[in-house]
Design a protein around this ligand. Structure first.
Ligand SMILES: [Zn+2]
Length: 85
């Protein structure tokens, strides 16, 4: 911890994007289908600016991902439908 003199603000969740200090507004709920079972949900936090970035980052790896408003729990992340080419 680096003492900056700023008061501790423990209640404000911040964006998971590296280097971003914005307050999170969205949860990015995802699962790696290769190692996680269906009832497992990993949760990242995102600000408005980065929710799409984080979604696409996971979707590009073929991980199922669901965005939800902060405070709305997501109990499972269904696998995406097979892509049609
Ligand atoms: Zn952000």
């Amino acid at each position: 911890m680096i003492g900056s003199g700023a008061p501790e603000v423990g209640d404000v969740p911040t964006c998971s994007r590296a280097g971003c200090r914005n307050a999170a507004t969205v949860t990015v709920n995802w699962r790696n289908p290769h190692i996680h079972s269906l009832d497992r949900v990993k949760v990242w936090l995102a600000c408005d600016e980065h929710s799409a970035y984080l979604h696409d980052y996971l979707a590009a790896r073929d991980f199922p991902v669901v965005l939800a408003p902060l405070g709305t729990p997501v109990e499972s992340v269904p696998s995406p439908a097979p892509a049609l080419s």
